[in-house]
Design a protein around this ligand. Structure first.
Ligand code: ATP
Ligand code: MG
Length: 390
């Protein structure tokens, strides 16, 4: 039996004249995600994109699994392609959906007929198909309101498609339709969630991670790369920079008042990230901060961090509580990795009593104790390690 994948795009339908451009970007993203599985043909038709496997033996389960994580897709389904002969359509539905129909108690048939020359009208197709399936599967009853399975028959120009229930897509906007932003990624729970949430709005990600060897270990860095790989299943490729932060952290420890350690460190992270993000054509930064979570995340502290950069800073977790953030991290499968216990540079040299209500003037004065900060930052940027995560 010949199978294809049908893609329904979500918000795209709302985009009026831009729709074509958006669809083209979506198709480009799907191609990238499936390219190593074999050759596929992509066809736009009404509000559907058809993904047709050309090579033999393509793993369609894997293709559907990958596409279910591509942003911009509201729903997808596998469909069987058959000749436009109602007897063939009937037996195709019986065979193709056999397992699902056996497992269901209730069903409903829907028909779409874009080929108006087809001799049966949609209500007749539904009626005949419903009667046929009832005669073949004695476990089934019709329920038009809340069926376990909806059998959909589409009669198109060349062929008919038979399919069962839709699979929910990842939603959101196709990656790349909203520009690029730099995510400050740690090994924690929040920043991978923040990355996912902004990627869902169509933003292409570039990532910046700060490591402080020997205070932080190589395993901590590997953990961050593992997290980014999980996010990349949704966002597509993430160009990542690993910045060695040790000298800067030591300078903060040696030269600044302890109560300002964290806030100064966060400001410097933002400044370095902004410089790297600019080279990557990014127009915003993203962090996993949430008001009140820790001392560096009070409103006043966040204001001091914001003032270190000119780019807008997106914090999609800002109003979420930890349970809500964890629910998303479980959904995107980053949680188990995030809770592995490795040091983050944020937990190196943490002050006993961090300032929770810092004043910008005081922070800037404390920060200016590091006379060679520009040189230290430039060195860190020049020596950053670039990794492409896919
Ligand atoms: P997370 O769970 O994302 O680590 P957190 O609650 O532990 O967040 P902090 O450690 O204060 O909070 O970090 C706040 C934000 O700063 C993170 O969400 C992330 O965006 C950024 N950040 C923290 N550590 C690093 C790091 N080592 N490299 C890059 N960004 C970092
Ligand atoms: Mg953290």
């Amino acid at each position: 039996m010949k199978e294809i994948i049908l893609i329904k795009n979500g918000e795209l339908a709302l985009k009026g004249l831009n729709r074509n451009t958006f669809e083209d970007i979506l198709i480009k993203n799907m191609k990238k995600r499936l390219c190593d599985l074999g050759k596929f043909e992509y066809t736009k038709s009404q509000s559907t994109i058809m993904v047709d496997p050309i090579d033999d033996n393509i793993d369609l389960d894997d293709a559907v699994e990958r596409l279910s994580k591509v942003f911009g897709i509201a729903a997808l389904s596998r469909a069987c392609v058959c000749e436009k002969d109602f007897n063939i359509i009937k037996t195709t539905a019986e065979e193709y959906l056999q397992e699902q129909l056996e497992d269901a108690s209730t069903f409903k048939v829907e028909a779409k007929r874009s080929d108006k020359k087809f001799p049966m009208k949609s209500p007749e197709i539904c009626r005949e198909m419903g009667g046929y399936l009832l005669s073949k599967f004695h476990n089934l009853k019709v329920d038009v309101h809340n069926p376990d399975i909806i059998v959909t028959i589409e009669v198109r120009e060349k062929y008919a498609f038979v399919r069962g229930n839709n699979i929910k897509g990842a939603g959101g906007m196709p990656t790349g339709t909203s520009g690029r932003a730099g995510i400050l990624i740690s090994g924690g729970i929040d920043s991978p969630v923040a990355a996912y949430m902004m990627a869902k709005r169509g933003i292409e990600l570039c990532a910046i991670h700060f490591a402080s060897p020997p205070y932080t270990s190589e395993l901590a860095e590997i953990k961050v790369m593992d997290l980014l790989k999980k996010v990349a299943k949704y966002s597509g490729v993430i160009t990542t920079y690993v910045v060695e932060f040790t000298k800067i952290q030591e300078a903060i420890r040696d030269l600044c008042p302890e109560e300002y350690f964290t806030i100064i460190m966060r400001r410097i992270m933002m400044m370095i990230s902004e410089k790297i993000a600019k080279t990557q054509n990014c127009s915003a930064l993203i962090t996993g901060e949430s008001v009140g979570q820790v001392a560096s995340q009070t409103m006043l502290a966040l204001a001091c961090t914001d003032c270190a950069v000119h780019m807008p800073v997106f914090r999609p977790c800002i109003g979420m509580d930890k349970e809500e953030i964890i629910a998303v991290s479980r959904k995107i499968d980053t949680f188990e990795t995030s809770i592995q216990p490795y040091e983050d540079c944020c937990t190196v040299f943490t002050p006993k009593h961090p300032k929770t209500k810092p004043h910008l003037d005081d922070v800037i004065r404390a920060e200016s104790n590091i006379k060679n900060l520009d040189t230290l930052m430039d060195d860190a940027i020049n020596n950053a390690k670039k990794v492409i995560i896919r």
